[in-house]
Design a protein around this ligand. Structure first.
Ligand code: GLY
Length: 567
């Protein structure tokens, strides 16, 4: 029975992904920079997984040129900013985990955007009422970008190459053009009228007459190429203090935003202690606040004492257990926020007692009545690299929702984030991901908004065995959880783990989101248990690498044209 179900899942998946893979193969085109990228790859020495073939190839190009995993991750990140400009770029920010083979330690880098110094908890109130559109579109939605400061901090501390070396593949793609991938083409098509209203975005991503380009059409970002070159080998000085900083602040000011040269000059990335906990004998390392790695650890803690034993991947009882555990994790996510402003009670939240109580609630929860649908989104991008020395990097980077604030400065080619929407615009007001606003995450000058980005490294006997992360707002946490469980508990390879249909539950609204590839018999079984389901074509993308001596395996997510490359 289980085998029959499993092979039916696989048949459906193969059918669903055949079209995507075909489009990706045809339209994502061969990388112009010399490394062949594939949906899944095995390699003996070094490997990269990213959300575009060009980004994976950029990472491998840098590795082959003698760079280490940190250099390659910076190159792949900059290349992703070019090839997935709706998801991430130098107008955004991110989080990075680094395992350094020489020290055997894991380091966590926070280069999340910050609220501008003139921001306030009431900045989106108009006539006493919250206007959440102001936090999503337009210049008032922009938080101070952290991307360049973060990549520079990682390169300076652990890299071996200069900024221009790692930026070279991105510059080449931006100047020489890259073939539009199917995922980005669909996103542009979906919001073409919105893109048309911004001269910078329109001139780059629309054809004359406001027509959306097709997959395979070449896209050029020449202004961004000039900006990347202009950053030289001291990008922080240029981006945060020089003429470029003045241009950025002046563009934002002219469009009604409040990010100033003082904000840019004050921006600092932060090295933090990663959070970690044991799971079935392994040690799982994640980002601490202001990201949501702790929520993933709490979910794993609830599942650890044999709660999945005897259950098959994606069987209804397994999914029911996950739904309950996801709900409890998201209830506690409300206590997470920027630790410089809020005392996040991590010791309590991750204590055995609290996790036991949460598990108890999860096991005895009765599904509530159906409620309205939950939005889903595929902004943000994740990538991971393992080099031949055994260094591992996994990073997640974002400008938040599709094309962020939907403003591009035509002079610099920078597309600005709308990360202010990750704050609570007002108590109880949901953000773009339908996460309810809570006081811990209210806006304050210089504060970092709570994130769901969950780059994760799993360590066994002191050595990394898995690097995993994803994109897609809060579905990152649940997507990473499911892919991890598929690998750790069910011994699937990364490709099978990434391909399995996924679900997402975030406590409020109490609707379980299910991918359309989940077999209908499974969906019916969940509905009979009382769960209100919303079926979506795809949830966010997850990329994974598994690491064994002499054997590296990586899988990109076909949901977003993800690709891997290695040697
Ligand atoms: N911008 C999405 C997140 O950080 O969760």
């Amino acid at each position: 029975m289980l085998f029959a179900l499993a092979s039916s899942y696989r048949r459906q998946l193969r059918r669903a992904f055949a079209v995507t893979s075909f489009l990706v193969l045809i339209f994502a085109a061969p990388p112009i920079i010399g490394a062949r990228a594939n949906r899944s790859v095995r390699a003996a020495h070094a490997i990269v997984v990213a959300e575009s073939p060009e980004a994976a190839a950029a990472g491998v190009e840098i590795l082959k040129a003698g760079g280490n995993a940190i250099d390659a991750a910076a190159a792949a990140s900059l290349a992703t900013g070019v090839t997935h400009p709706a998801s991430c770029g130098i107008g955004g920010g991110g989080f990075m985990l680094v395992y350094l083979a020489r020290t055997g330690k894991i380091y966590a880098l926070d280069y999340r955007e910050r609220a501008p110094l003139k921001a306030s908890a009431t900045m989106y109130l108009r006539d006493g009422k919250p206007d959440e559109r102001l936090a999503r579109d337009g210049a008032l939605a922009i938080a101070v970008p952290g991307e360049i400061a973060g990549l520079d901090a990682a390169l300076t501390r652990f890299g071996t190459m200069k900024f221009q070396q790692v930026a070279a593949p991105a510059v080449r793609l931006a100047r020489g053009g890259f073939p539009l991938g199917a995922h980005l083409a669909a996103e542009i098509g979906r919001i073409a009228p919105h893109i048309a209203s911004d001269p910078g975005l329109a001139s780059t991503f629309l054809k004359p007459g406001g027509v959306a380009p097709k997959p395979g059409d070449l896209i050029f970002e020449k202004n961004l190429a000039d900006t990347l070159v202009g950053l030289g080998d001291n990008p922080v000085e240029k981006f945060y203090h020089g003429a470029l900083a003045a241009q950025i602040a002046s563009f934002i000011d002219a469009h009604g935003g409040i990010v100033s040269t003082a904000d840019l000059a004050a921006y600092q990335p932060v090295w933090r202690e990663p959070l970690h906990r044991a799971y079935l004998g392994d040690e799982v390392y994640v980002m601490p606040p202001p990201s949501s790695g702790g929520v993933l650890l709490e979910m794993l803690g609830m599942l650890e004492p044999g709660h999945l034993a005897g259950l098959g991947v994606n069987t209804p009882p397994y999914l029911a257990r996950l739904i309950e555990v996801m709900r409890e994790g998201f209830v506690d996510r409300d206590q997470y926020a920027d630790p410089a402003f809020i005392n996040v009670p991590l010791e309590t939240l991750l204590s055995p007692r609290h996790i036991d109580e949460a598990r108890d609630r999860a096991l005895h929860h009765a599904p509530p009545a159906p409620t309205p649908a939950v939005a889903h989104d595929h902004g943000t991008a994740n990538l991971a690299v393992v080099d031949s020395a055994g260094n591992v990097v996994v990073l997640t980077t974002t400008i938040n929702t599709i094309f962020g604030s939907k403003l591009m400065d035509p002079k610099t080619g920078v597309i600005f984030n709308n990360e202010m929407d990750d704050f609570a615009v007002a108590p109880g007001v949901p953000n773009a991901f339908r996460l309810q606003g809570v006081a811990t995450n209210e806006i304050a000058p210089g504060k970092r908004p709570l994130s769901s980005m969950t780059p994760t490294i799993v360590v066994r006997k002191g050595k990394p065995i898995m690097a995993v992360g994803g994109s897609g707002g809060p579905t990152i946490i649940t997507g990473v959880l499911q892919v991890m469980l598929d690998v750790i508990d069910f011994h699937l390879g990364p490709r099978a783990a990434v391909d399995e249909p996924r679900i997402h539950e975030q406590a409020a609204p109490p609707t379980v989101i299910v991918e359309a590839t989940m077999p209908s018999a499974t969906r019916s079984a969940l509905e009979k248990m009382g769960y209100a389901l919303r079926v979506v074509p795809i949830l966010g993308a997850v990329g994974a690498i598994t690491i064994a001596p002499g054997s590296l395996r990586a899988a990109g997510d076909p949901r977003k044209g993800g690709m891997a490359a290695g040697y």
